[in-house]
Write a protein that binds this ligand. Sequence first.
Ligand code: HEM
Length: 407
Amino acid sequence: MATTAPEPTYHPHVPGHLLWDNDFNDFCHEGDDPHVAAARLIGQPPVILGRSVSFGRPAWILTNHAAMEQAFLSPHIFSNQRGGPGAGALGETAFRMIPVELDPPEHGKYRRILHPYFTPQSTRRLDGMVQETCDALIGQFAGKGGCEFIADFGSRLPNLVFLRMMGLPEDMLDQFLVWEKGMIHGKDDATRTQSTQAVLGYLGQFIAEQRKAPGTELMHLILNGEVDGKPMRALDVLGTVFLLYVGGLDTVYSSLGFIFNHLARDPALQQRLRNHPADMPKAVDEFTRAFPVARPTRTVAQDCEFLGAPLRKGDLAVLPTYIAGRDPAVYADPHRIDIDRKARSITFATGPHLCLGIHLAKREIRTALEGFLQRFRDIRIPAGETWEYHTGGVLGVDRLPLEWRVG
Ligand code: HEM
């Protein structure tokens, strides 16, 4: 007699063909390439219910580019209030990461405050600072013939850029790196919450001092920002500064990690980019297309049917952009890196929450690539060594040993 596996009992209203009885993070960790592993979901129905997705809880998983694009553009169905990146982890119910944990129209009132700082033109004014930061970091290991890319460069670059944008003391870098490790890699909820609270405590004090005389243009904008004609609440100022910290942290260094992991295995591309520096912007577009790291979370705002899935108010949904970046319906031969393709992507989301730091992030990636490629030949992973990565809310690279010839 044929036996059938018992149907999972969660969400009894969901038809069996939409139930996916797996742990999403484990699934993405199978094999040796998380982007390839995750992309195996393409071809499933566009919206499936995973058994264990977000901190072990079930959530809807959007499984292709078109579905995610539509969801990003439908905030009335896929809400960012709570359930967003910081939900639950901060132990502070009134605390919101601004503007990412708000929905339109409230969202736009807060995003407006930051927007002028992050336009392509404004971001260009940060080029010198990013360049100087990259040069200083590379200078610390340039003579050694190799480095552990993540510890020596990848994690330091976005932290330093944040400290400099905010006017925070740079001798706090090591402390910020420790806090960041606790927040992202903390072994349990208590460690993660403790680290998050330590950062919030420090930033809160810093903001209080800055109120007397903001030290940078960005702090000036934030502290003078008004919503409906009134200054932002103190907790929302903190939520804004904190989001600028976490938003550009493991996203940048993990993207850099995946990109340099590829570069180290593609000597022809290294040479092409050295010989044709004008190709760099399209290389950055292609790299960010192929190596998305974020998996924005949404809370379903109303009972409805979305692309065949019976969503219920309060359900969680995740939009793994690293699946979208490998969708063959949008990108021919999606696992191949081809810097000549026109690579429009949703790596930085689309719609109201389009990443505010997109131009800065691309500048950091470009400057890092130029810095390494101009100084070093034959960048590679040393024989017998390997890279390490993790899956989860953000795909991340933990360790990437590199070596090179100088010249
Ligand atoms: C490669 C690096 C980065 C990636 C892949 C990335 C990706 C994303 C994604 C997917 C979102 C949408 C989140 C959502 O819809 O819930 C987002 C939002 C955001 N990002 Fe980034 N990001 C990167 C770097 C940065 C940097 C460097 C900064 C800041 C300096 C930044 C600041 C923000 C902010 C403030 C938002 C919220 C925008 C809003 O809600 O209106 N990001 N980012």
